[in-house]
Design a protein around this ligand. Sequence first.
Ligand code: BGC
Length: 482
Amino acid sequence: MTPAKNTTSPKLTESEWTHDAAGLAALAPKDFTFGVATAAFQIEGAIREGGREPSTWDTFMGQPERISDGSDASIATDHYHRYPEDVRLMKELGVDAYRFSIGWPRVQPGGVGKANREGLAFYDRLIDELLAAGIRPMATLFHWDTPEPLQHAGGWLNRDTAYRFADFALIAAEAFGDRVAQWVTINEPTTVTLNGYALGIHAPGATLMFDSLITVHHQLLGHGLAVQALRSEDVVGQIGIANVHSPVIPYGKGFKTGAYAELFDLIHNRIYADPVLLGRYPKFPRSMRTIFRPLIEVDDADLAIIAQPLDFYGLNYYMPTRIASGAPTDNTMPDGVWAAGASQLPFHIAPWPELPTTSFGWPVAPDYLRVALADYATRYAGKLPPVYITEGGASFVDTVQADGSIDDESRTAYLAEHLAVAFAGAPGVDVRGYFIWTLLDNWEWAAGFSQRFGLVHVDADTQDRTPKRSYRWLQQLLGARG
Ligand code: BGC
């Protein structure tokens, strides 16, 4: 992969880019934030402790054949008990910031009413531990763990969930508003709608296909109301959202392929980012207006709430998407899970045989991070606050050597190449930081423990943590900063 151009920086060869941590560190913009990111349900475990009650994922993971390796997240990485060790790992790594999520069913177990003191106390301890270690806390309020009673009432299909979410945001603001440096309201509403409500491969497992689109609006409304709630408490931290962006490329010629790529761009990217940054849903092609009716017939007052000014914008980037005409011949989704509904679609996601792939089969395409930034510069010119890459990372099969070490060269190279692009940025986008997904090998949703994204290997039986080569490499890079 050709490194990003940076005229003021020393020239490096390709292998130096991936192996010379200090050389890469020299290219990092001044004050660039390096962080790691996690999510409560994927790491905490202790799902029946401290007054926590079930979320929609607790229910989903208990259903037959939902999780590819048959595992569940009841212990996950036991972070609930081992957080001091995990903060120590971050401190030794040398990161500036830690993005974690506050479990809604831990803090407000039924999704309504009073806060659970024990739940608040856990995040109090975590935040204080981070601050004592000199690490800035970035707290996500919703990383997919809807309290089960709210799911019974329809979850994000029900407009009321947006208001319940704002109440939860207020609880978090009152409790942690004096210490959290940055707030993320919602993580990847795209994934919740597409995987959770359209295709049924994530909780709650609904297969509504295009009838799921109202969940987009309700999540975004929840985002806007949560921003208002945080502001009403005068939180000291900055406020943003984390949207995933995948540049979409038509694969093959012809009008139809172009139209399907445009449709995918709408359902994956634009309908989440446009309202937040521009205060309106995109203009839908006439032929697609019936599908998008729930997002056309919306109240202007809702759009005003959704478009609250933000202090920063979180962009999660993993891969680009190639769209080809024709129903999929195999319904396996990019995260390896079977989605029956996909066969109803007149298009499919095509592979990238010319690129290396992660163990999820995702193309490794750092150049498309640059394209993602350029998309944002064009689409949201003049409206885009400073950007943090709030997630980026890769799953690879890691082999534990006889001496216990883990030489994850592919992950190290992945990170080097993506960081290089983030450092170079793109004209019109002020990239302020990059949060690596993720600190620990964790419970990867429908893939269970079968996909490892961590800088730190976790033995699911002993919970022993072993830093991988990528961790050591990043440690060197962060230590080499001026
Ligand atoms: C999610 C994470 C997930 C990661 C890798 C992101 O979409 O926010 O929770 O583990 O992708 O699949």
